[in-house]
Design a protein around this ligand. Structure first.
Ligand code: PBG
Length: 329
């Protein structure tokens, strides 16, 4: 008699559904992005990222303690640089007493076991908002890689556990690995933004750091000469393979939800931890739709992060991390 198999048996109530569930979300899945600003007593909401904030170092301490108490044990740091400190070469990025370096130390002081990853890229320090040095109307690759390696050493020196280059220059992973090793930071890891696409979903993040690229000389105000074309899939495999060969410990796909085919391709191709960055525009979309009452915030949020993990992510960098953990605990 047909049907012998009735798939609905395994869906008939929550107990059986939870018994056969393939993907379980836990606090261990998350990497929490944090935005840091200069000053005291500052916790300012980012206009295009409701309920997400920039913290000054004093309030960052409280936030980090709270994250740790929720079981969120890994953070990814971004800093907002004062305009007066920006230039073409990211000079401020190498300041041993710069905001990033102080943020790393502050966090390690209050919470020594928390895993600190740092964003390694020039754009927050660049007067032009680009991830590379500009010379003769071009974003120059190799000079930029040298600076990224120095920046990584400076973050390691301040106590970072992992550096996370988000720039998409060629050869930066080997450049950074050699730099770290020569400075004897053998245990500092690299999480490489391997398949990072030139995406319009980064808009709110660029508001948060005031780091939107500008049109300068004949370089347009987009990042298409270094970030990947979102029409490409095979290229993500080539990029990721290079980063693995150059010494990346963790690779990443970014943005998240529109790129889950890429996540699955990498999962099926490589045996290495994969991070997915659910970016600012993804966060903003759900916040906006739920503020309008058009989507149920919590249900959609859980569906989204679960889908990212189901696609093959081992690590989810997400502005929803705290909301998710509050909801599931
Ligand atoms: C820059 C960087 C960006 C993000 C992380 N690092 C923006 C960009 O490439 O312009 C985006 C993160 C987000 O949108 O949440 N190196």
């Amino acid at each position: 008699m047909f049907p012998i198999r009735r798939n609905r048996r395994l869906r008939s109530n929550e107990v059986i559904r939870s018994l056969v569930r393939e993907t379980i979300i836990s606090p261990n899945d998350f990497l929490v992005p944090l935005f840091v600003v200069e000053g005291k007593g500052i916790k300012e909401e980012i206009a295009s990222m409701p309920n997400y904030f920039r913290y000054s170092l004093d309030l960052l301490k409280e936030e980090v303690r709270l994250l740790w108490s929720l079981g969120l044990k890994s953070v990814l740091l971004f800093i907002k640089v004062d305009d007066s400190l920006k230039d073409n070469k990211g000079t401020e990025a190498l300041n041993p007493n710069g905001l990033m370096q102080r943020a790393i130390k502050t966090i390690k002081d209050v919470c020594p076991d928390i895993l600190v990853m740092t964003d390694v890229a020039l754009d927050p320090y660049s007067s032009y908002g680009h991830d590379g040095v500009i010379e003769n109307g071009k974003i120059v690759n190799d000079r930029t890689v040298e600076i990224l390696a120095e920046m990584s050493i400076s973050h390691a020196d301040a106590g970072a556990d992992f550096v996370a280059p988000s720039d998409m220059m060629d050869g930066r992973i080997i450049g950074i690995r050699e730099g770290l090793d020569q400075s004897n930071f053998l245990d500092v890891g690299i999480m490489s933004y391997s398949a990072k696409y030139a995406s319009a979903f980064y808009g709110p993040f660029r508001d948060a750091l005031d780091s939107a690229p500008v049109n300068i000389q004949n370089i347009p105000k987009d990042k298409k000469t270094y970030q990947m074309d979102f029409a490409n899939r095979d290229e993500a495999i080539r990029e990721t393979e290079m980063d693995i060969n150059e010494g990346a410990d963790i690779v990443m796909v970014k943005p998240g939800l529109c790129y889950l085919d890429i996540v699955r391709d990498l999962r099926n191709t490589f045996e290495i931890p994969i991070a997915v960055y659910q970016v600012s525009g993804e966060y903003a979309m759900l916040k906006a739709a739920s503020e309008k009452g058009w989507l149920d915030h919590d249900s959609v949020m859980i569906e989204q992060v679960t889908s990212i993990k189901r696609a093959g992510a081992d690590i989810i960098a997400s502005y929803f991390a705290k909301d998710v953990v509050n909801l599931i605990s």
